[in-house]
Ligand binder design. Structure first.
Ligand code: PGA
Length: 247
């Protein structure tokens, strides 16, 4: 696992987007697809903005891309402004040429008795596509990747999880207070993420400095899901200087 520190999130996002563009283009040149794992939250916004710019200004096509998002809140329909389906369409998919049938997110609204089968179907679909080529991640202040809160070990697969109190607190402003935040979500597991051929995690600002230090320099522990990335053969953190301040 490696990390690189950039002057600004935009600088980091630009470099990561160039890397992803190269993956997509090299696969297209070989008439192959690229399978991307995508993330939501404030962190990847400059990265998605750069992918959109590459599409609009530099002809980057996403016609050969299949995407799988990390997670989705329980109970939010696709048209709910806080759903991750809505977020991804607003901030990326509506602005590029990815085929709608190649876009995959966990289903937040399926009936409780269908959740396990839906989660297994999500894992099966990732496998049927040949696995994730590159997984994009942010990191929560609990150390979560996806919604793998403390207590998620490296055998976990896509499943229903309960959100940590800190995660709910951090999401509260978007939901008009903590009471409005869904208490559960469907997330890829740590094992799902670890199976990606490449993992790229972005983190910005001093609010992430202490968890970034724990994830990179602390022990590999079930208490910090991102720490498992220390065991990945091709994982890299893209940091701005404030997020890297405690390293
Ligand atoms: P953020 O969330 O990008 O909004 O900081 C990151 C995360 O919780 O994974």
């Amino acid at each position: 696992m490696t990390y690189e520190v950039f002057a600004t999130p935009q600088d980091a996002a630009k470099q990561l987007a160039a890397e992803v563009a190269e993956l997509i283009r090299s696969r297209a040149a070989a008439a192959q697809g690229a399978v991307l794992g995508l993330a939501t939250g404030a962190t990847p916004l400059p990265f998605y903005a750069e992918l959109i710019r590459l599409h609009k200004e530099e002809g980057l096509s996403f016609a050969n891309v299949t995407s799988f998002n990390l997670d989705e809140y329980s109970g939010l329909s696709n048209d709910h402004p806080e759903s991750y389906w809505y977020f991804m369409h607003q901030n990326l998919f509506n602005h590029i040429d990815i085929a709608p049938e190649n876009v995959n997110l966990p289903c937040g609204t399926c009936a409780p008795e269908e959740v396990d089968a839906q989660c297994q179907a999500y894992e099966d679909k990732i496998a049927a596509c040949g696995g994730l080529d590159l997984q994009i991640l942010g990191i929560g202040r609990t150390g979560h990747i996806g919604f793998n809160e403390p207590g998620s070990d490296d055998t976990t697969l896509t499943r229903l999880v309960h959100l940590d109190e800190l995660t709910i607190k951090d999401a509260a402003p978007s939901f008009g207070g903590a009471a409005g935040v869904p208490k559960t979500a469907i997330t890829m597991g740590v094992a799902t993420i670890m199976a990606a051929k490449q993992v790229r995690l972005m983190a910005w600002s001093s609010s992430k400095a202490s968890i970034v230090k724990k994830a990179i320099e602390g022990p590999v522990t079930i208490d910090v899901a991102a720490s498992y990335l220390q065991n990945h053969s091709d994982a890299k953190y893209y940091l701005d200087a404030p997020a890297a301040a405690e390293l």
